[in-house]
Structures are given as structure tokens and as C-alpha cells.
Ligand binder design. Structure first.
Ligand code: SF4
Length: 418
């Protein structure tokens, strides 16, 4: 039987978190991680007895939106659970020390938990002009990130700016902002893009680690598949209106008031991957499209340049064919690949059938007894050539020259010499 009275749960109970809330939280985490509900007890057991995970939280070029999201975690009760899951050893916005004392807190935490802490990075990392556009304690932020992430168990880049530079990296930005992957290319990196990130995805990532002793599977850019594996468009509550051709055409028009699809007002849901429609924000109450605004694609690479203008559709993927959308292109590609697969498979089957038939024929030929070769007919002895009859010389003809062959003077067959 799972004992929930030890470790973390005991601390939570002291803070006023009820058992019911804790078990509800475990079920919510199983759901966020796209696991069956049967995983909830396992998550509860793992989290209840887990040691707190030390965290060093760095902030660079950002607006503190992800810190705000973190502080407003509501699963299950405000921030207690998140603050108890994590032992935040360093966070410039939240910590009391400042100046050298703050730097000392960071270096002390790194020594106390060698290879045992998680680095969380928020904000872009400027690289232009030697990194002078963002310094911490007089050092370029870039160097601090390298130092902290190099010794971390894993790094979690929270928000779009830490993902790939975000807004500071938009066209025309002077600071040369990049994401964490560009500065710490070899580290174990989890990315949670979004502007801001959804803190449920951060909590679920930590819970996955505490439960399974490994971080969740990710795509090629470090985004956990449980959170970024699905297209927003496919999870959206307005999708049925898209299928029926019911669109809002202007902000506040009848379609907008009826909750119709925002595609024609520039919604980027068909181009963006995230679980916003299912997890939502604000304790699961709402998200961008539910609130009446189109998705801006903030979880996607280079979204500030690639997904704008925010209120217009992106150019069609097939030039001059505005009605061809990404779904059509995707379906066409899938259909094409499927057709090629069928053709290739059929050709392979035919080829192997022919090869097998050839082998069978060869085997039969090899196995059949050879026809006995008929003995050769004895060759008939060559008839001796009869000696040429001397041609009678017609009487009365003058003698021919002595050297004329008598055969040359032979009469045509069937004729008689008169
Ligand atoms: Fe797709 Fe956006 Fe329409 Fe929702 S509102 S169905 S995400 S286009």
C-alpha cells in the first residue's frame, strides 16, 4: 500500500494542502503527461516521497512573464506544491540576497549539488558586442548560462526567448539574442516555448522526472512530446466551425460573438504545436482562442518573424493557390507517400514472386531426370561417285581442239544431238 505520509506529502499537509488536492494533482499530472489515469497512484507515490529537486533559475533578456506564470501555478493550490517540488536555490526575482551575496548563493548551490540540480533559463541570451547587452554581476549572461548549465543534471529553457531568442531575436534586434541551445549545445536540454510557458508543462516535466527518473521524450528541438506533439488546430474547440465554413470575419461581428473559427482573422492554430487548448491557462479556465483571440503561434521557432502579421493569414504554402492550406499540402504529401509505398510494395511482391518462380523452375529443371540421348544413327557410307560417262561425239562434227574438255561440249539435258 502506498504510504503518503512521508516526505513531500508530509510537508504539503503541513502547508494545508489536503490529501484530496494532492491526489487530484497526481491525476491532473497523469492527464497532462498524456498517461492513462491508472498512472496517478504511481505519480502520487513517487512525488510524495521524492526529495526536492534543487533549481538554479537564471533570467536574461525577458519580461519576467515566465516567472509570473511560475508564481501563479494553481495545481493544486497556488504555488505551494511547485515550491515544494522544487528547491529554488537561486532566482534573482524571488531571492532576498542581492549583489555579491546573490552570486555567492548561486555558486554555493552549484557546489552543494554537483550534477544534481536543474538549471532553468528564462529569456534570450545576447551575443553581440561581447554579450554586453545583458550582464549578471558584471559578467555576460552568456558566460553565466554556460557555467551553470555545464554542471546541471538538465537544463530547462522556459518561454520562447530562452527557446530560440524569441522577441529579442526578431528581425532588426541589435543584441544578437539566441536561445539556450546555441550557447550550451551539448547539454541535456528540455525546451518549453510559449509566451509565456504554461507552468503545467513545467510541473509535469519535473513530475515525470521524479516518477520515472528520466525526463520526458522530446522532439528534435527539445520540446516534450506530451506538450508539443499535437497541432493546436486539431485540439481547438472551434474546429467544428472551421469544418463547416463558419468564420468570424471581423472582430466583434456575429461570427466572433457566436464563437466561430478565427482562421480568417489570422489564427495560427493550423501552424502551431502545443497543448494550450487542453491544458489552458489560469487554472485551466481559458486560453487564447477560447478568450476570443487567434493563436499567434508563440511556441514555434522564430514566431515573431515567422508567424506575423498576427491578424493576417500566412502566405499559402503553394503560391497562387490561396485555397490550398497546410492541411491540404500535408494530406497530399501523406497520400503521395502512401501511394509510393503501395507501388513500391507491389513491385517488391511481384519481383520476389518472379524470383521465387524462377527458383522453382530452376529447382525443377535440376531435379528432373535427364532425357536419355538417342544413339546416333550410323552414318551411311558415301555412295561412290559414278565415273562420268564419256559423251559421244556426234558423227560428222569436226574434231575440236585437242585441249577442249569433252564435258564442255556436252549437250543440254533432254536434247539430243541430231
Ligand atoms: Fe483552428 Fe484557430 Fe479556427 Fe481554432 S480558431 S479551429 S485553432 S483556425
Amino acid at each position: 500500500m502506498i504510504r503518503l505520509d512521508d516526505g513531500l506529502l508530509a510537508a504539503l499537509l503541513e502547508r494545508g494542502v489536503s490529501r484530496r488536492s494532492f491526489l487530484k494533482f497526481s491525476a491532473a499530472m497523469a492527464s497532462a503527461l498524456a498517461l492513462p489515469a491508472s498512472y496517478a497512484p504511481r505519480i502520487a507515490a513517487a512525488v510524495a516521497t521524492a526529495p526536492r529537486l534543487p533549481v538554479i533559475w537564471l533570467r536574461g533578456q525577458d519580461c519576467a512573464g515566465n516567472t509570473e506564470a511560475f508564481l501563479r501555478a494553481t495545481s493544486p493550490t497556488v504555488s505551494e506544491l511547485v515550491l515544494d517540488l522544487l528547491s529554488v536555490e537561486y532566482h534573482e526575482t524571488l531571492m532576498a540576497p542581492a549583489g555579491d551575496a546573490a552570486t555567492l548563493s548561486r555558486t554555493t548551490a552549484m557546489e552543494m549539488y554537483p550534477d544534481g540540480y536543474v538549471a532553468i533559463v528564462e529569456g534570450g541570451i545576447p551575443t553581440a558586442d561581447g554579450g554586453v547587452h545583458c550582464t549578471i554581476g558584471g559578467r555576460p549572461f552568456r558566460d553565466v548560462v554556460r557555467e551553470v548549465c555545464d554542471g546541471a543534471l538538465a537544463t530547462i529553457a522556459v518561454g520562447s526567448c530562452a527557446f530560440d531568442g524569441g522577441v529579442p531575436a526578431a528581425r532588426g534586434g541589435p543584441t544578437g539574442a539566441v536561445g539556450v541551445a546555441a550557447v550550451v549545445p551539448d547539454g541535456r536540454l528540455i525546451t518549453l516555448p510559449g509566451c509565456p510557458l504554461n507552468v503545467v508543462n513545467l510541473t509535469a516535466t519535473i513530475v515525470h522526472y521524479l516518477t520515472f527518473k528520466e525526463f520526458p521524450p522530446t522532439d528534435g528541438r527539445g520540446r516534450p512530446l506530451f506538450a508539443y506533439g499535437g497541432l493546436i488546430h486539431n485540439q481547438c474547440e472551434r474546429r467544428a466551425h472551421f469544418e463547416f465554413g463558419e468564420f468570424a470575419l471581423a472582430w466583434g461581428d456575429e461570427g466572433a460573438q457566436k464563437g466561430w473559427c478565427l482562421y480568417k482573422l489570422g489564427c495560427k492554430g493550423p501552424e502551431a504545436f502545443a497543448n494550450c487548448p487542453t491544458v489552458r491557462y489560469g487554472a485551466g479556465t481559458s486560453w487564447t482562442v477560447k478568450a476570443g483571440h487567434g493563436c499567434v503561434g508563440c511556441t514555434m521557432p522564430g514566431f515573431w518573424d515567422a508567424m506575423t502579421p498576427a491578424y493576417q493569414r500566412l502566405p499559402p504554402p503553394v503560391p497562387f493557390l490561396p485555397t490550398i492550406g497546410v492541411d491540404n499540402v500535408g494530406h497530399a504529401l501523406v497520400a503521395g507517400v502512401a501511394a509510393l509505398t503501395v507501388v513500391h510494395g507491389s513491385a517488391s511482391i511481384v519481383r520476389s514472386s518472379l524470383a521465387r518462380a524462377g527458383q522453382r523452375r530452376g529447382a525443377r529443371t535440376a531435379a528432373a531426370p535427364a532425357e536419355p540421348i538417342a544413339p546416333a544413327e550410323p552414318i551411311a557410307p558415301v555412295e561412290p561417285i559414278a565415273p562420268v560417262e564419256p559423251i559421244a561425239i556426234a558423227a560428222g562434227l569436226p574434231d575440236g581442239p585437242a585441249d577442249v574438255d569433252p564435258a564442255d561440249t556436252a549437250a543440254p539435258s533432254g536434247s539430243e544431238v541430231p
